[in-house]
Design a protein around this ligand. Sequence first.
Ligand code: AMP
Length: 193
Amino acid sequence: MKKVAVFCGSSLGFSDVYKNDAIKLGDYFAKNNIGLVYGGGKIGMMGVLADTIIKNEGEVIGVIPGLLRHEEVAHNNITKMIVTKTMSKRKVKISRLVNGYIALPGGFGTMDEIFEALTLNQLGIEQKPVGILNTNGFFDYLIKQLDVMVNEGYLKQSNKEMLIVSDSIDDLLLKMFNYKAPEKTKVTNKVVS
Ligand code: AMP
């Protein structure tokens, strides 16, 4: 994987364990020459991750919608910043740049982005590994909710298994490197303007 998108909180969270894992992931990316593609912010988990990679002379590409660019939150010291017209164009741009996706702890924005990546895989539009770093069991309830979806007939077990989960960075990345997408689902693409 040359470039990986990381979605994570614009907040830091209350416990240092989350920030520490963002730093560890940044170190891993820089050491293994994996370029980071992310939301372009300098705040919260996003800022810590980007700063760590820049400090270690790695590659950081921010993709930010024009709307947020001029706010205090945009990072001003990364390898490259791409500005998109809208939030949805940002997602498309990110997906074109990366070979995989990771979520670290975060809130609505993080959930929105990682579930969009899973949905693209479920529909067979993309075949890229999607992982979550389950620091401190942060995602345990989310994983339980996915089981509810499977048990109640709203999510196929095989689609649930697309999501790679680990609380160890080395293990998560290894699983992502070895990921084999399930047989492609047939999708009928209707063209709408
Ligand atoms: P949240 O998890 O709600 O804190 O949102 C974080 C995610 O949404 C990140 O992965 C970003 O891509 C995006 N995002 C939310 N707020 C910002 C911001 N102020 N600047 C840049 N990206 C943001």
